[in-house]
Design a protein around this ligand. Structure first.
Ligand SMILES: Cc1cc2nc3c(=O)[nH]c(=O)nc-3n(C[C@H](O)[C@H](O)[C@H](O)COP(=O)(O)OP(=O)(O)OC[C@H]3O[C@@H](n4cnc5c(N)ncnc54)[C@H](O)[C@@H]3O)c2cc1C
Length: 351
């Protein structure tokens, strides 16, 4: 992954942006030493002359990315052939015990319960998570959540890429900050790439990474404004929850309405087709719904992840069930991981 001091135009502008591979995570903007880049309409643009510091290329998860090198960096080894969803220690199915979390969360509320436990026990001072914009329902608004109420306010999935990375430099400036980060696989990849490159100014405060399983993001304009609002005639403010489980499921005060997935595929963010990571393989803990009802499937990958998960269970923040081999959710995890990995096998991006 030695990308040297290459300028934005010679690296990301051509190989990522023009190639349609930019996810809009904001990593390049977050690391630029000369503040030459800004996000505009979810993509980076040069706002002044690039000084070729080379940091954007070192942070971007779509440029010079080697999954094997980063697996070795995180786990000290790469995955074995019998680890189709990456290196891990163990699997579980879990659910938050707090009724307030269960009311607002996406699946079993594990992501939120882990953050609540880590905050309560002083293991973190805050978490970078995603709230919903007040003007545009379900439009992601990255925020530093430092209280239980703020963490709770971020629960639930927004199916649009969120530029969480933009908060990193400011958050890491805070004295004694110990921060958890929740993100999609591409965001976790960017953070691990930055950590491996020694970009401590933006990552030195991160103590724990929760990755979300992800088949891909949608564009806000496509999914929310065109499909749900204009085509289906629904008021976006009346929607309490959006989920994708075999169908697009919209929860309103009147109940849950389902729509065929085939109708929304056209609104998927095209650049997600360049991602081969379904289960956030470089996170400390990965969480997903995988067709479960009211429970979250949890992949505990690192020792840090194990400490957080078992600590939260012991402290009564989580109730946990074992995952049986042959469980449908496990089959789906393997299937979706293999399906997504084919994206990069075709591109030969992974090392
Ligand atoms: C774009 C997207 C696609 C997904 N695709 C799948 C899939 O195909 N299969 C599957 O099993 N699971 C998928 N998930 C994960 C799933 O929706 C749940 O997030 C996961 O099961 C955890 O549920 P929970 O109840 O434990 O999380 P909760 O306790 O509800 O917490 C969810 C956490 O995710 C954060 N978050 C919400 N939206 C975003 C976002 N856009 N970017 C970064 N962080 C965010 C919230 O701030 C919160 O901290 C996807 C999630 C997203 C955001």
């Amino acid at each position: 992954m030695g990308t040297g001091k290459i300028g934005f135009q010679a690296s990301l502008a051509t190989d990522v942006l023009e190639a349609g591979r930019c996810v809009g995570c904001g990593a390049c903007v977050a690391v630029c030493s000369y503040i030459c880049l800004q996000l505009a309409q979810e993509k980076p643009v040069l706002v002044k002359e690039c000084q070729s510091c080379g940091l954007c290329a070192q942070a971007c998860p779509r440029y010079g990315f080697s999954h094997v090198a980063l697996e070795n960096f995180v786990f000290g080894r790469s995955r074995k052939p019998d680890e189709p969803f990456g290196v891990y220690l163990r699997l579980a199915i879990a659910q938050a015990t707090d009724g307030r979390i269960l009311q607002t969360c996406q699946d079993g509320g594990v992501a939120t319960a882990l953050l609540a436990y880590a905050l309560k026990t002083g293991q973190i001072s805050g978490a970078i998570a995603v709230a919903s914009s007040t003007e545009k329902p379900f439009y992601p608004r990255p925020m530093l959540a430092s209280t239980f109420e703020e963490v709770l306010g971020c629960a639930g999935s927004k199916y649009v890429c969120s530029p969480n990375m933009l908060l990193l430099a400011d958050v890491c400036k805070q004295k004694n900050a110990q921060i958890a980060f929740v993100g999609t696989p591409c965001q976790i990849q960017a953070i691990r790439k930055m950590q491996a490159a020694g970009l401590t100014r933006q990552t030195g405060c991160l103590s724990f990474l929760v990755g979300l399983l992800c088949s891909g993001c949608f564009t806000y304009e496509g999914l929310m404004e065109t499909y749900i609002h204009r085509e289906k005639g629904m008021d976006l403010r009346g929607i309490k929850k959006i989920n994708v489980k075999g169908k697009l499921l919209l929860t309103t005060a009147a109940g849950v309405i389902g729509f065929p997935i085939a109708e929304i595929r056209q609104f998927q963010q095209k650049s997600c087709g360049a991602c081969g990571d379904f289960s956030a393989e470089l996170a400390d803990i990965s969480v997903g719904g995988l067709g479960l009802d009211g429970w979250t499937l949890v992949i505990i990958r690192t020792q840090k992840g194990e400490e957080m998960f078992s600590g939260a269970e012991k402290a009564g923040f989580l109730r946990v069930k074992a995952l049986d081999t042959g469980d449908k959710a496990l089959d789906l995890l393997v299937k979706l991981s293999e399906k997504k990995r084919k994206n990069v096998a075709a591109e030969k991006v992974e090392g």
